[in-house]
Design a protein around this ligand. Structure first.
Ligand code: NAD
Ligand code: UGA
Length: 482
């Protein structure tokens, strides 16, 4: 296949990655027509919503980019087959959650959506087509996609329709909440592949805004493995600092001081050292478990156990927080009102997948607590999904609010304001680090609460003196003064 100058791109999957990534490609490459397709009609309708404040994904800066390109060279559609047919390059950006049943359940990634895409591409693509893995995938998935495409290539050539496929791996490293910034100035772009011309076709697209030295070319398997490894390393840092937070609480040290001290070592660096309630998000746990599964598959049980401990420590961190809340509230939360501030898995997103708030809230509901939940961007219906389901949670839910309790004793509801949530509460738990939780007026909020009242700051965002001056009791993550 000779290097193609790409004019038409199709992206299958209009989620947290497909939507923002294609918006930035369209913005930076006005010469390319980009179409994002999805089976989910409600989601596509939301992407086409004339009100830019009501997009399915909340990301700072996203609506500004969309205003520039939507309807010009960026389109959202449910016409998957037609878009595949017209595209010279097809990104697969569909969900790859952990399998919930069958072989590898609980660890391996569920590739049914990726396989479905490959089959659809095999059936409808025409001419020379470059297929790009954007989803995060187990190492050697490209071989599966290639096998499906090559089988159809033979069928098509006997019908006189000459089709050529090339498969590239181009994992995405954006973090939610900073997606636009990450996409516009990435630390690196990684392209793995076998066909040099195809690699250059994709590299040329990124070269419209990414400096050449940041575009890395590797073989397919290095690219697939690098994505899993990057997430495993990042998650491992969080489990490490969270482990240290618990030692700080026992010894009188302060995890923020320890993080600054170790982060000043240029070999360690200052990022990703914020202790918290445990990492959430759709990917860290899923990708580490996927790595664990691969290690077992290759007979590397020691390596598998090493990475699995990162997830185990993360689960323990969430559990220890709900336990200590119960202990501090005289051993019981039954019938007590607790305010939960923040439900998203991190600030600046409406995504709740694997949010630590879910596990902590479920533990407290199990103990009979009455939870008033406030999050500036997470809808009541989304909270309902999370608290009622043990299964994979669709990230962009579109069902109506139900607002019921989990069981007869524990109850929760979504509060419209922080004041409503705290009114009459025995405790407030800060679980997401939304910026405005850093500057709350504790003097006035304290008057609303039932005394003795507690602030549990799982993100280290409050100023301790302000809490204490307001007559409230404080527990802060990794604070030896607790
Ligand atoms: P998502 O669930 O938000 O979106 C995936 C979309 O794909 C859904 O809208 C779904 O309806 C659609 N889809 C599934 N099968 C389809 C098919 N056959 N045809 C058309 N549409 C189909 O997922 P996401 O968060 O965007 O993640 C996508 C991939 O990117 C995952 O592999 C994930 O691991 C990876 N990733 C995610 C992030 C992130 O921050 N969310 C970052 C980097 C990488
Ligand atoms: C993460 C990676 O940072 C991205 O590079 C990657 O592309 C993405 O996963 C993915 O593959 O999906 P994301 O999960 O969106 O991005 O957000 P992060 O900023 O990494 O935060 C993940 C979790 O760790 C959040 O719950 C966050 O609150 C927590 N965290 C993060 C901490 O507790 N402490 C920190 O210092 C940093």
């Amino acid at each position: 296949m000779s290097a193609l100058e790409i004019r038409t791109i199709c992206c299958i999957g209009a989620g947290y990655v497909g939507g923002p990534t294609m918006a930035v490609i369209a913005d930076k490459c006005p010469q390319i027509q980009v179409i994002v397709v999805d089976l989910n009609e409600a989601r596509i309708a939301d992407w086409n919503n004339p009100n830019f404040e009501r997009l399915p994904v909340y990301e700072p800066g996203l609506s500004a980019v969309l205003k520039r390109v939507r309807g010009k060279n960026l389109h959202f559609s449910t016409e998957v087959n037609a878009a595949i047919k017209d595209a010279e390059m097809i990104f697969i950006s569909v969900n790859t959650p952990t399998k919930t049943k069958g072989l590898g359940a609980g660890q391996a990634s569920d590739l049914r959506w990726v396989e479905a895409c490959a089959r659809q591409v095999a059936q409808y693509a025409q001419g020379n087509t470059i297929v790009v893995e954007k989803s995060t995938l187990p190492v050697r998935t490209a071989a599966v996609i290639k096998a499906i495409l090559e089988a159809s290539q033979q069928d098509k050539s006997t019908e006189g329709n000459n089709c050529n496929f090339s498969v590239l791996s181009n994992p995405e490293f954006l973090a939610e909440g900073t997606a636009i910034q990450n996409l516009e100035s990435p630390d690196r772009v990684l392209i793995g592949g076998e066909d040099k011309d195809s690699i250059e076709s994709l590299a040329t697209i990124y070269a419209n805004w990414v400096p050449e030295e940041k575009i890395l070319r590797t073989n397919l398997w290095s690219s697939e493995l690098s994505k899993l490894t990057a997430n495993a390393f990042l998650a491992q840092r969080i489990s490490s600092i969270n482990a240290v937070s618990s030692i700080c609480e026992k010894t009188g040290a302060d995890v923020r001081e320890v993080a600054t001290a170790i982060g000043s070592d240029s070999r360690i660096g200052p990022n990703f050292l914020q202790a918290g309630p445990g990492f959430g998000g759709s990917c860290f746990q899923k990708d580490i478990l996927n790595l664990v599964y691969l290690c077992h598959h290759f007979g590397l049980s020691e390596v598998a156990n090493y990475w699995e401990s990162v997830v185990q420590l993360n689960n323990w961190q969430k559990e220890r927080i709900s336990k200590l809340v119960i202990q501090k509230l005289f051993g019981t939360v039954t019938g007590k009102k607790l305010a939960i501030l923040g439900f998203a898995f991190k600030a600046n997103t409406n995504d709740t997948r694997e949010a630590p708030a879910i596990k902590i809230a479920k533990d407290l509901l199990e103990e009979g607590a009455q939870l008033a939940i406030f999050d500036p961007k997470v809808s009541s219906s989304q909270i309902t999904f999370c608290l009622q389901s043990d299964e994979y949670i669709p990230p962009i839910a579109s069902t109506k609010a139900i607002n019921t309790g989990l069981n007869d004793e524990g109850k929760w509801w979504s509060s419209k304001s922080i004041e409503d949530a705290l009114n009459g509460a025995d405790a407030v738990l800060i679980i997401t680090e939304w910026d405005h939780f850093r500057s709350l007026n504790w003097q006035s909020l304290a008057t609303l609460m039932r005394k003795p009242a507690w602030v549990f700051d799982t993100r280290g965002v409050v100023i301790p003196n302000e809490i204490l001056k307001a007559g409230l009791k404080l527990w802060r993550i990794g604070d030896g003064v607790n």
